[in-house]
Design a protein around this ligand. Structure first.
Ligand code: DAT
Ligand code: MG
Length: 155
């Protein structure tokens, strides 16, 4: 089966709490994602604005930017069959009320704090995965990975 790449983030609310960080990491491992790259970093507000530019003008945009720049985040490039959809399903709905009620066992349903402080991010399409992987891992060549690594990893 062909593998797909996605970008996953563990947001500042979750990185700040070792048990929460570990719980999210365990979800990645137990669902048999391949961790292609992983790094921790702290973003400046300007980086957050660029990353979330599609939400510019929304009422939560400023809050979101401040939150994402408020502490360290952990970024992963993950590989799996249908990685983008699988990771989004594991995360659960964006908003905490919906997550807790509709997907209580999901990452956001069990660990999310508020609509903004919702533990994780996942790319929502192949196009955004490419853009987001490049934003966090500028030295990583997605094309090279699909051509040279993926054929050896799939099974
Ligand atoms: P997702 O992170 O599920 O892709 P999104 O792209 O619509 O959701 O929004 C990006 C982030 O913005 C989201 O993870 C948290 C914040 N956000 C979205 N909707 C919000 C709302 N109604 N109130 C507060 N924060 C919100
Ligand atoms: Mg989104």
């Amino acid at each position: 089966q062909a593998l797909q790449l996605t970008l996953a983030l563990i947001k500042p609310d979750a990185v700040a709490h070792p048990l929460v960080l570990e719980a999210v990491h365990q979800q990645i491992l137990s669902n048999k994602f391949l961790i292609v790259r992983m790094r921790e970093l702290q973003w400046k507000k300007e980086d957050c604005r660029r990353f979330y530019r599609e939400h510019e003008g929304r009422f939560f945009y400023q809050r979101l930017v401040e939150f994402m720049a408020s502490g360290p985040i952990r970024a992963y490039i993950l590989a799996h069959k249908d990685a983008i959809q699988l990771w989004r399903t594991l995360m659960g709905p964006t908003r905490v009320f919906r997550a807790r009620h509709m997907a209580p066992d999901s990452i956001r349903g069990s660990l999310g704090l508020t609509d903004t402080r919702n533990t994780t991010h996942g790319s929502d399409s192949v196009v955004s995965a490419s853009r987001e992987i490049a934003a966090f891992f500028p030295d990583f060549s997605e094309q090279r990975w699909y051509e040279e690594e993926e054929p050896q990893l799939r099974r």
